[in-house]
Every structure is written in C-alpha cells, then in structure tokens.
Design a binder for this molecule. Structure first.
Ligand SMILES: [Zn+2]
Ligand SMILES: [Zn+2]
Length: 177
C-alpha cells in the first residue's frame, strides 16, 4: 500500500486494514518468515509533525516462522506497536546541511511524495523475531548424527552412541588415529 503524503498535509490519517495471505509474498523476501496467518490486523495513524511525519502503528495476528533449532515452521504470535518518523528526502544540494539526528529517521520508505507502507510493515514484522526463534522453549532440535527431528522421531543414535558431546570427542579420537 502506498500513502500519498500530499493528501496528508491537511492533517492526520487513520488507517485500519487486514493483510491477506498473499501479502507477504508480494513483498518478495522469504527467509526466516514463511508467511502470515490471515488475518493480520493493521492499525496505522500518520500525522505531520513539523517538517516530518509520524507514523504510529500496531500489528496483531500470527506469522509462520522457522524454528532455529529443529528447522520446522511454527506459528508465532504477532503483536507489536511501533512509531516511525518519516522525513521527506532532501534535494541533493541540501545534503551537506543534514544533521546527524536525521539518521534516526526512516527516509528509506519514502519515494517522492509517497510512503511505502508495505515496506514499513514488513520491517516491523521482522523486528518482532527474536535472535533465537524457537518453536517451543524445550524444542529438542535435530539429532546431530542422523538429522532426525527429535521432537517427532525417536532415533536410535543416542542409545548407541551416548551423549552427543561425548560422541564428538570419540570422533576426534578416531580421526587422530
Ligand atoms: Zn523447534
Ligand atoms: Zn539420530
């Protein structure tokens, strides 16, 4: 969705809409996040503040994410609110006068007089994913020997070889001989 800033000059604008399943694909990137569960609710207020715009947003719904440990997809609660400051890109000649404080502003999402709302929402969804994204706190992960998902499979490796940490030591010894 594209927001025309020229129509905002008179005041604020409040948007409420839902993202449908196809939305995630339409943005392109697909790595850690596999998709969204419908519907994802979006609520956004945009209003001018001096020579800038403030965008207050809230997202709620669920997304499909890959577990870092077992590599299976799982559904994750999406609930976030955010504030983004937007400033119109300055003409090239004024670039030298730019203050360092401008670094905080998301100028990336403005093209001409338009805000790339999809880009902003996309980034905010990414920001909700923690460094370690797990399907469950006690996800057992994959067997380091056979690659089986230990949450769903009871492979025989452990019983034959002992603890994976010791298995590693044992392998090292064999390689050294
Ligand atoms: Zn997992
Ligand atoms: Zn195994």
């Amino acid at each position: 969705m594209i927001i025309d800033l020229r129509k905002l000059s008179t005041g604020s604008r409040s948007l409420k809409f839902e993202l449908d399943e196809d939305w995630w694909n339409s943005v392109g990137e697909q790595d850690l996040i596999l998709g969204i569960d419908t519907p994802v609710q979006v609520h956004i207020d945009i209003y001018p503040a001096g020579d800038k715009y403030v965008l207050d947003g809230a997202l709620s719904g669920r997304i499909q994410v890959l577990c870092d440990r077992c590599l299976e997809s799982y559904h994750r609660e999406l609930k976030t609110s955010f504030r983004v400051f937007l400033s119109l890109p300055l003409p090239q000649t004024q670039e030298d006068d730019m203050e360092l404080a401008e670094e905080d502003l998301d100028v990336d999402f403005i093209r001409g007089d338009e805000i790339d709302l999809d880009g902003i929402i996309h980034e905010q969804i990414y920001l909700t994913i923690p460094m370690k994204s797990l399907c469950s706190e006690d996800c057992l992960g994959l067997c380091p020997k056979c690659g089986a998902n230990l949450n769903t499979t009871d492979c025989q490796c452990d019983k034959e070889q002992g603890h994976p940490a010791f298995l590693k030591l044992k392998n090292l010894k064999i390689e050294g001989d």
